[in-house]
Ligand binder design. Structure first.
Ligand code: HEM
Length: 673
């Protein structure tokens, strides 16, 4: 039908009679280009100034009439080039000559100013120089006694030289122009968005450069409070656009789906250590990994880990007792011991090996973890270390390389050993009764590593590097976060003795009077009030104070336009302190999380210390159990007092992990009962 319609239309156009299959191609077969030109003239004379030609199955209409030519060339619809141009595509790709549609339109707009008369004026000098060279060349050929000169060839070379010169001269200009236009588009797109006044080139960078780390938190809060209309704020860091969002409705759009699954640029600093582990990976890779790692946090697996938390907290108690006796009332910094404790537990649960960090502080691995954590903070938040080129020249880069070697070799060694052990025990298992395996496939004391070693993606087992990046991710995400939460928990209950007393009484009633009774999964789940205190602590002091996502395509979030390339920043710390979302946000009120008694309705995207949506913290339940295990053990032995000024809240530093400007100091009173 299509063909019939085509033939009917085409019949109104005169032209030579086509042969089957060949069409009119036989009229041009074997002709030189000059003869083909003449043949075209003959056909025009015979069939008129508009005629049709078939070259095989492809049909062309030749126009020699200025009125028809005008209709075609002035049309805004007939912009697509004919098929012959596709041969140029191999060289020019989709350059202006061959491109179509929107692409052509945009490019044409950008390139047109490059032919402005001011620019052309500069090219005249090039034309002049090249034509003088052409004249010289012609003179030379004449003096050599050439009978005649090939003027066409000489002129061709001359124009080639001229266009090369002009292109080079205009490349910079066009580049700048494209940048300016793109930038202009960006500026127009976000003109609705409020933000503090920006300076040329640095944007708002001057508010952050050279500032002490704790001043950055204050600055962001100040900007949000003073400028953020509708809880959206733009911050330019040089040419980089960051949009901060503080409305749970917007947060829900960003975190609630996988549309914004790519992490912001800052996360790049994590890649040397974590490679493409779950925290930083994207797309399909993230999706598949998340699916196989999720069962590793099944409650039956977590149940076994409580034994590891118990062991870790016993060691912590020994270190605390030593410092208690040593420092007495002057107090000591609890954080370092807690941090080593969480490092021990995550190492044992992730890799199945004891690191003994709490008894072996100087171990190479422990030191390497500390170095790398320090490097990560500096790279993410210090502008001096942000750019790879300059960073590579700093002593920090050398320290990082050394630490990475230690970390990677350690994990790699454990993976290899464990793989061999599993193969061996697998064989033994086959021969035995297999009674140790339960219904989630978990053997007693199974580490995350074992689950990864037994997992497959697309029916292929994970290789050592795949596993290493995930185990390293657990090591990173699983210890600093938990120790930060614990430190702020102790600060909160030490400054709220009534809450501490309630926690203590709950621990006593659930775990019992015997200090040596080990905590268990069931017992920890009964610590209801402690749970509320941990939740409230994470609202006020979320271990991860800022989350970042990268926008890959222009998009709209609840009517707000966000251009591609923008980093979206969402701060659990800022949200947790918004008065509109939490009454008396700076007060420690654990009861607000009690679903039975509270009137406050919790918005799941307002309270996001573990992030939210499909890419939330996979280790959330693990962390809550570990925190409660350590709290239960510490409170059974000690009453915790804060040593310091309680009239002001601690000054916070919102880096990768939330910490305080000055160490929080505690003194312990032994509980005798
Ligand atoms: C109080 C303790 C913890 C807090 C507050 C916390 C918080 C978070 C947050 C906010 C994220 C999202 C990060 C982002 O989107 O950029 C996250 C992701 C993650 N967390 Fe945690 N975390 C904690 C403990 C843990 C523990 C103990 C583990 C492992 C045992 C863990 C493993 C992970 C992993 C693997 C991810 C990446 C998940 C993904 O992208 O799919 N976290 N965590």
């Amino acid at each position: 039908l299509e063909m019939l319609r085509f033939v009917r239309n085409m019949r109104t156009i005169p032209g030579p009679l086509p042969l089957p299959l060949l069409g009119n191609a036989h009229l041009f077969l074997g002709l030189t280009p000059a003869e083909a030109c003449l043949r075209m003239g003959e056909l025009a004379e015979k069939h008129g100034d508009t005629f049709g030609l078939f070259l095989g199955p492809s049909y062309s209409v030749m126009l020699f009439n200025p009125r028809d030519v005008e209709r075609v060339l002035s049309s805004t619809q007939l912009l697509t080039k004919s098929e012959e141009y596709s041969f140029l595509g191999r060289w020019l790709n989709e350059g202006l000559l061959v491109s179509n549609g929107r692409k052509w339109h945009r490019r044409r707009k950008i390139i047109t100013p490059a032919f402005h008369f001011r620019i052309l004026e500069q090219y005249v000098e090039i034309f002049d120089r090249q034509s003088l060279r052409l004249v010289e060349e012609l003179k030379l050929r004449r003096s050599r006694g050439h009978a005649g000169v090939n003027l066409g060839e000489a002129i061709h070379l001359c124009t080639l030289d001229a266009i090369c010169g002009a292109i080079l001269a205009s490349a910079l200009f066009v580049g700048l122009l494209i940048y300016q236009l793109k930038f202009k588009r960006l500026i127009n797109m976000i003109s609705y968005m409020p933000g503090p006044p920006a300076l040329p080139l640095v944007g708002h960078g001057h508010h952050f450069i050279g500032k002490a780390p704790h001043e950055l938190v204050q600055k962001i809060f100040e900007f949000m409070q003073n400028y953020a209309k509708d809880q959206v704020l733009k911050v330019w860091l040089g040419p980089e656009l960051n949009v901060l969002m503080g409305d749970p409705k917007d947060v829900e759009v960003v975190l609630g789906t996988l549309r914004f699954n790519d992490k912001a640029g800052e996360y790049k600093a994590l890649e040397p250590w974590l490679k493409e582990g779950l925290l930083v990976s994207r797309g399909r890779k993230w999706h598949k990994r998340r699916k196989i790692i999720t069962p590793a946090f099944h409650f039956k697996i977590l149940d076994q880990f409580v034994e590891v938390f118990e062991k870790g907290s016993r060691e912590l108690l020994r270190n605390m007792e030593r410092d208690r006796l040593k420092h007495g009332d002057s107090g000591f910094n609890l954080y370092d011991w807690i941090n080593l404790c969480t490092m021990d537990t995550i190492c044992e649960t992730a890799m199945g090996v004891s690191l003994n960090a709490q008894t072996n502080v100087d171990s190479e691995y422990v030191q390497a973890v500390k170095t790398i954590s320090m490097v990560l903070h500096k790279r993410m938040f210090n502008i001096l270390y942000r750019f790879d080129l300059t960073y590579m020249l700093t002593p920090l880069a050398r320290a990082e390389k050394k630490a990475l070697n230690v970390l990677h070799q350690f994990t790699e060694k454990i993976i290899v050993q464990r793989r061999e052990e599993l193969i061996r025990s697998g064989k033994e298992q086959e021969a035995s009764t297999k009674e140790d395996v339960d219904d989630v496939g978990a053997k007693r004391k199974m580490a995350f590593l074992d689950i990864l070693l037994q997992s497959t993606i697309d029916e292929r087992p994970l290789n050592n590097l795949d596993i290493r990046e995930e185990v390293d991710t657990f090591m990173f995400e699983g210890h600093d976060t938990t120790s930060s939460a614990l430190m702020f928990f102790f600060y909160n209950i030490a400054t709220h003795p009534e809450a501490q007393q309630k926690c203590f009484e709950e621990v006593m009633s659930v775990v019992g009077q015997d200090k040596s009774t080990p905590v268990t999964y069931e017992l920890l789940n009964k610590l209801h009030y402690v749970d509320l205190c941990v939740k409230e602590t994470l609202r006020m002091y979320p271990s991860v104070p800022l989350l970042g996502r990268k926008v890959l395509e222009d998009c709209e979030i609840n009517g707000k336009l966000i251009p591609a390339g923008t980093n979206i920043g969402i701060s659990p710390l800022y949200l947790g302190r918004r008065e509109e979302l939490f009454s008396e946000p700076n007060s420690f009120k654990p009861e607000r999380f009690d679903v039975v008694t509270t009137a406050e309705k919790l918005n799941p995207y307002a309270y996001i210390p573990f992030s939210a949506g499909p890419r939330n913290c996979i280790g959330q339940k693990f962390a809550m159990l570990e925190i409660k295990a350590i709290v239960a053990n510490v409170l059974r032995h000690y009453a915790v007092d804060f040593v310091g000024d309680t009239s002001k809240p601690p000054v916070l530093i919102a880096e990768l992990i939330l910490r305080t400007k000055d160490p929080l100091m505690f003194k312990l009173r032994e509980r005798v009962y």
